[in-house]
Design a protein around this ligand. Sequence first.
Ligand code: GCW
Length: 673
Amino acid sequence: ALIGALGASWLALASPAFADDGYSLWLRTSAPATGQAAVTRLGDSATLRLAESELRRALPAGTPPVVVATAAAPGIAALGLPFVGLGDEGYLVRRVTLAGRSVLLVAGNGDRGTLYGAFALLRALGTGDRAETVALRSAPKVKLRVLNHWDNLDGTVERGYAGQSLWDWWTLPDFDDPRYTDYARANASIGINGTVLNNVNAKTDSLTAPYIAKAAKLAAVFRPWGIKVYLSARFSAPIELGGLKTADPRDPAVAAWWRAKSDEIYRAIPDFGGFLVKANSEGQPGPRDYGASHADGANMLAAAVAPHGGIVMWRAFVYAETDPTDRAKQAYSEFKPLDGRFADNVLVQVKNGAIDFQPREPFHPLFGAMPKTPLMIEFQITKEYLGFATHLAYLGPLFAETLHAKTGRRRDETVADVVDGSAEGHKLTGMAGVANIGRDRDWSGSTFNQANWYAFGRLAWDPDLTSEGIAREWAAQTFGTDPQVVATTTAMMAGSREAVVDYTGAFGLAHLMATGHHYGPGPWVADLARPEWNPTYYHRADPDGIGFERGRGGSDAVDQYAPSVARQLARPETTPERELLWFHHVRWDRRMADGKTLWEDLVAHYDTGVGYVAGMQRQWDTLRDKIDAERWQKTATYLAIQQREARWWRDASLAYWMSVNHRPLPAGVAAPE
Ligand code: GCW
């Protein structure tokens, strides 16, 4: 094994194209360094030791001497460095003179900050900064940076496309799979500090003593990496586990059951983060079953964890068939009136858009509309509606588009300002990402999917980062700093999400995917039990036009936005074209900004999407000699699948639209196969 390891590191040095199955993610450059840089640690804790060992394993020989410390370590205060404002998790990396020696100091107020600083230094060096001149200072803008695993206790993962769940519930709590540590390390390297272990479609078993012990083991592994464990809670657990007759949150026996359950969890996991709850949504039980409100439910749970410093993340993803008008309006209708009624340790978790993680959605109208309530944003890192693990779609632009959208509530207020608490001065803030992680060797089902995990973490740390900058960082660490490789991969990534929008349906069309699995086209589907599950509900195509009318003559969803935004969205003329059919039903022959008809433009977008994928194939081909064979080949194969399936999307969609609108294809466009 030793010879194997030496061989591998020798190869790593000799050639940028060494064999790689993607397991080391963006931490490839931190393969064991050959010579060791001098790293000194001031102070002692498990987390500080990790900061030290991360630097030791990765810093090349010849790096100036490095000191890892916290602000309180001897000699540090006298340096007068700007620790103020860094909080518990921020860090500084500076050239300083300590005890007469010139060193590179990596330090935070607390040891987690120091660990993040160590990773930040490695990131800086891995993306081309020089150790001699590097100077970094950063603190997270969002407090809870959390992955949501939709992992079931039987090992399957809902909407997971990267293999079985990482958590091996059978061998926990005894067996400490080294992969748990690798997982924690990867997350810590991008600042993720929380993980919800189980699916929001929760089973009560996860709250039983054996599973609490298993979760406690994971929590112990993750703790030194600064990561807290949370659990999804099934609201009816007091009935199913506790033998009570009701789960009514106003019933004192129910509240007492949750208090006792929370106490039990905290005995096993003293720093347990708290609960995530999906209530009264898609068949999950909740307070509405008893005529109580979401606030009643959330506050009851919040009271149970409050004595231990825990929090509740209560999802706003609700829709019921009892409201036939517009699914997109329901979360706002239900939650907006509850603003100000949630306990201090509750966050309401809102999906980025009002429907469900579509390739493009306008930002959710709740952002900015509940100023008294901390709103967490929930993104989906796993690509349920964007081609699963096979299609290459970099989600940085999707995340950033929502975060940087203007709410219209105050001058220049963005969704990011709401999420990071700066809009209203909330201290409890959060961002959740539905994980794309499983037991595949490459964790996320493909190399480029790793970029989405990475981008989520980086944007949760700082929602104002640009998706382009994040892509460059990721590419340099994942493939090496060769400028051609970085330029080519980031160029591929840049438009890849827009390509998915184009070949699945541009201009704000949404939810056109095939039934159930959501892979591939199904815009014709009209026979599902609930109207709002059918693609035809969303696109409303008829011989004259297409789109869902959400203006004032329609469902009036536009008036859930701030007045200035609502005014803009109320009329097709002032609605951004990319969201036109989300908000309006318009004629197929409507004139678009480019002078062509909507139909002509829609057709053109399908072709653009297909063409983009072909372009990515050509770009990737130019890197054949620069990327290790295993990652190159898998990506090439997946791009070929995507190319075939982009055409499938185009052809099936066009054939269907033409059966509705009876229009010919614009001149020069190839007929669907
Ligand atoms: O995105 C949809 C998915 C469901 C998911 C649900 C949710 C966990 O199709 O699989 O269930 O939303 O977010 O609750």
